[in-house]
Write a protein that binds this ligand. Sequence first.
Ligand SMILES: [Zn+2]
Length: 545
Amino acid sequence: MKNLFCLLALISIHITFAQNLLSEKPAFTRQDTLRGSITPEREWWDLTYYHLDIKVDPDDKFISGKNTIQYKVLKNQSVMQIDLQPPMKLSKAVQNGKELEIKNDGNAHFIKLSENQEIGEVKSLEVFYEGHPKEAIRAPWDGGISWKKDANGNHFIASSCQGLGASVWWPCKDHMYDEVDSMLISVNVPSKLLDVSNGRLRKVEQIGDTKTYSWFVGNPINNYGVNINIGNYVHFSEVYEGMAGNLDMDYYVLKDNLEKAKKHFKDAPKMMKAFEYWFGQYPFYKDGYKLVEVPYLGMEHQSSVTYGNQFKNGYLGNDLSGTGWGLKFDFIIIHESGHEWFANNITTKDVADMWVHEGFTAYSENLFLDYYYGKEASAEYVIGTRRNIENERPVISYYDVNSAGPIDMYYKASNMLHTLRQLIEDDEKWRKILRKINVTFYHQTVNSKQIEDFLSNETGIDLTEFFNQYLRTTKIPTLEYEINKRELKYRWTNIVDKFDMPIQININEKEQWLFPKAEWKTLMLDDKINSFNVDADFYVYTKKI
Ligand SMILES: [Zn+2]
């Protein structure tokens, strides 16, 4: 996700409207800075391992337990920032049996370490916590924990915390720049329920009338990707013969939905085939791939993609493109799984650059169509999704304050990438670039500029102004033109300085490239110009004068 349609779309319009009225940067708080920046209390240590060990009490809607945090010392410092949002309480922090002093500042907790922290040393501490976590109001957009019941009255519980932050339900270093290298997630639940988290199930222990499920993630994982899903699940699976060998694909759904899911989840191996073709190998073979039913729409939880699209094609049965092509696939299976490459494999350090997650993933929807229905179908789809673009504020948001981009990080960014595909004019080269990006930044956290520079280098086109135009302004390049008998006059307007993207046109039934600039240029034809149009694959406006 995070899919902001419906309610959030409306909210974002209102926020943008208010911002435009003030025409200044929105007011961010000290808490936004503590959450969104790499503070000195975060910078000095590198996360290596978490063991989140918790008990979930569904009747009381209560979570308690501890997180063991292992880290490598990078700098001389002795105060560590750990995030946990009230009403959850960080009750105790312990290093080598010694209880440590904690200073609370809203969602941030500053732990004073008493031991020497030698550079290069790997150390660990345990933080204990408990409470009634924020209940999700409208998961996954306004997330937290969803405490629901299935049709048979069984508890059906799931976490979702993108944007809000993982610290809404467990204590962690809640910033995207530093992913933990591996993680063990142990979740104790009443015996008749089953917990599905990320990675592979390592063991199940019966403890009285409860069971503890321990899941191990062997790859780096971002905080919001960590999840618990608790229900009366049944399981089925298949082995997919993929690019890097056999991949376990496991499916967990409510008992009543088993037959439906067995048919409908056929989109999952289809997705894997199309995306391995376009993006290269699935990035988490070690952890397998799972699709897990949840009581909300869905989320890209790493190696346990969550699903609540009602076993329908489209987005809850709707086609976001309005072309019909969006009903050829289950939006949640395709979109959320696309995030395994863009969001989970390649993660942005700052959510201001979240277009790298959502833009490429929205773009993946049309590549899925391209693989099964051809280039024309995929182009119709991505062009169709332009109706969701608002152009109210730039795609890239404010840095260091946990401020994600607007809805345009989805379909404006995907249309920018579709436009880039036209500029490259070589689909095989484009596919190689998309594969290489997943190798170059494999399991890394990045910023937008790194991705932009990579694309400039790989395409051999200086895309500096192209990205500045589409990501950092709300201006859509407008081709102004004038036709006078045999003469076409044209220029770019509404552009950033030095923007000079070439564009394909059809003139008198013939395709050709134009190279407009901010200044007027002239094209003289042998015959009178009878027809003229700009290739719709380019996300630009035209204006005849
Ligand atoms: Zn998404």
